[in-house]
Design a protein around this ligand. Structure first.
Ligand code: IPD
Length: 274
């Protein structure tokens, strides 16, 4: 078994356990533990508990690896591998009882920075939807046993696009303005509320494309690899991989068209970090 296969298998095992815990806690009732960057940016007790579980399992299996998670302190490892983890992506859905939330786990090599790392394996597991997307670099993107493929055709009716909005109300006007510019490309827009699922759904051809600014590395680490292994393209600001400033995914043609629109008004501050 190659290193990335081993990492992928470990990620899937841990995601099953973490997803079961998240789902159980949801059934028992969710309590908000705190607000983070903005009042709307919440963390539940379950987010913390699930991240602790994932962290413990990784440390037990691969003690020298680094860790970059949404809810706990980052730690550099000694092996060159870092685990990038969102224990419950779609926390607001989770808190409201909407089943579109997911455990997202990726193993990356190199610097723990999305502009520099190479993602090796990942998993996105939506336990309340009974779906587990998994990917190993060079071996394709999968939903269970079904191989995934990004939609390559640009539909004359327009593209089914997803996006998201930052928690900080100060970012909303610029994001809505950008959405207005993108609308002519869209047959419709989805706001699913979990970036990892937006990305997995692009990989699965359930969405044609997705764009959002303000994402953290743990929101997109596993999902971007899924999209790429499903034949799609992931971009950030021109010339860069996806970062907090921008994430755009879809077929190569759609990403080029979206990037042209998103960055057309960027002479001011439209596409810069909130
Ligand atoms: C959020 C979700 C949401 C996206 C936000 C993310 P969280 O992650 O993925 O869809 O729009 O940018 O921060 O806070 O639920 O883990």
């Amino acid at each position: 078994m190659s290193l990335q296969q081993e990492l992928g298998a470990l990620a899937v095992d841990i995601a099953h356990e973490a997803g079961a815990l998240a789902r159980r806690r949801r059934e028992e009732g969710v309590s908000i533990a705190a607000s983070k960057s903005a009042l709307a940016d919440i963390v539940t007790e379950a987010d913390r508990e699930v991240e602790n579980l994932i962290r413990e399992r990784i440390a037990a299996a691969r003690p020298g690896d680094g860790f970059l998670g949404e809810e706990s302190a980052a730690e550099r490892g000694t092996t060159g591998i870092t685990w990038v983890v969102d224990p419950i992506d779609g926390t607001v859905n989770y808190a409201y009882g909407i089943p579109s939330y997911a455990v997202s786990i990726a193993a990356v090599s190199g610097e723990p920075d999305p502009r520099e790392w190479q993602a090796l394996a990942g998993v996105i597991h939506a336990p309340a939807l009974g779906e587990l997307f998994h990917v190993v670099r060079g071996e394709g993107a999968w939903l269970g046993g079904q191989r995934l493929k990004v939609n390559a055709e640009v539909n004359p009716a327009g593209s089914l696009l997803a996006t998201g909005f930052g928690y900080d109300p100060a970012t909303h006007a610029a994001q809505l303005e950008m959405l207005g510019r993108v609308m002519p490309l869209a047959r419709d827009i989805r706001r699913i509320g979990a970036a990892s699922l937006d990305l997995a759904y692009v990989a699965a051809g359930r969405l044609d494309g997705y764009f959002e600014r303000g994402l953290h590395p743990w929101d997109h680490a596993a999902g971007v690899l899924l999209v790429e292994e499903a034949g799609g393209v992931a971009a950030g600001v021109p010339g860069s991989a996806p970062t907090r400033e921008m994430t755009i995914v879809g077929s190569a043609e759609l990403v080029a068209r979206l990037s042209a629109i998103v960055f057309a008004g960027a002479a001011g501050n439209k596409a810069t970090t909130p």
